[in-house]
Design a protein around this ligand. Structure first.
Ligand code: PAF
Length: 260
């Protein structure tokens, strides 16, 4: 695996790659969910590119940014073992040479759910993903369904701007307890992690969003939202000071399953 810290050097190297390219953008602290995206990219493409960039502009809360787990050396080992070809590790100055002067805005779906509770979050996500997609010049980009609102917004942005990259949604990978894999899970205590698995159980089992909210509150979760959109029930909650999100298909027939 070749690691690029310099984006100029990467852009020069990219011009020499002529076969199909799959791309997995990440903020590091890789887990089995990320690795499933890498596996899918390797199945579909000749070359797989991963980026690790903890994007400051999508954190509306400084504490969350500072506490975001970082262990690049472990990530590099995981990706090498998984057969990733190129890793982009840009720094903030190079990513935002423009000092965040140019930004990507979406006017409707980015304002609900996580967008309503995290002002500026999706502007940060869409702007950095536009930059990353332009850098990767990939045929396909793989993203998890756990961040369902993010996935939809990026799919719609790529379509609106006639981008050449297909945005491929991949199923959420869960721990045996049902808890959706997330880098933020590392910040929970073992007991908190076990308790947080109730989120998936309640989202899947409750008769409607209101009942799901009541049940979550009864179990001491602080609930940002439980709402239904796009044939899915989506939620964001807080536990032990950690914000967790998840979503399920309202019709279980529409739930994507991770490949074995
Ligand atoms: O889902 C993430 O990890 C991030 O939002 C992304 C897409 C890498 C952009 O920073």
């Amino acid at each position: 695996m070749k690691v690029f810290e310099s984006l100029r050097a990467w852009q020069a190297a990219r011009r020499e790659i002529h076969d199909s390219v799959g791309f997995v953008p990440t903020m590091g602290a890789l887990h089995a969910g990320h690795l499933s995206l890498v596996d899918r990219s390797r199945q579909d493409n000749t070359t797989t590119v991963v980026s690790i960039f903890v994007n400051p502009t999508q954190f509306n809360n400084l504490d969350d940014l500072q506490k975001y787990p970082r262990h690049v050396n472990r990530d590099i080992e995981l990706m090498q073992a998984r057969g990733v070809d190129f890793l982009l590790l840009p720094n903030e100055n190079e990513m935002y040479e423009d000092k965040y002067q140019f930004q990507m805005f979406e006017k409707s779906e980015s304002k609900i759910l996580c967008g309503a509770f995290r002002p500026g979050h999706f502007e940060g996500v869409l702007t950095v993903v536009m930059k990353l997609l332009n850098l990767a010049q990939a045929d396909r980009c793989y993203m998890g369904e756990k961040d369902y609102q993010q996935l939809r917004l990026i799919q719609n942005m790529a379509k609106a701007f006639f981008m050449k990259t297909e945005i491929v949604g991949c199923p959420t990978v869960r721990e045996p307890s049902g808890l959706a894999m997330s880098s933020r899970n590392e910040r929970l205590t073992p007991a908190g992690r076990a308790h947080a698995a109730k989120l998936f159980e309640i989202l899947s089992g409750a008769q409607d969003a209101l009942h799901a909210r009541r049940e979550l509150e009864r179990l001491d979760f602080k609930v940002d939202y439980v709402e239904e959109h796009w044939g899915r029930r989506l939620s964001a909650i807080w536990y032990e000071g950690v914000r967790l999100i998840d979503n399920v298909a309202l019709d279980p027939k529409n739930e994507m399953r991770p490949s074995p």
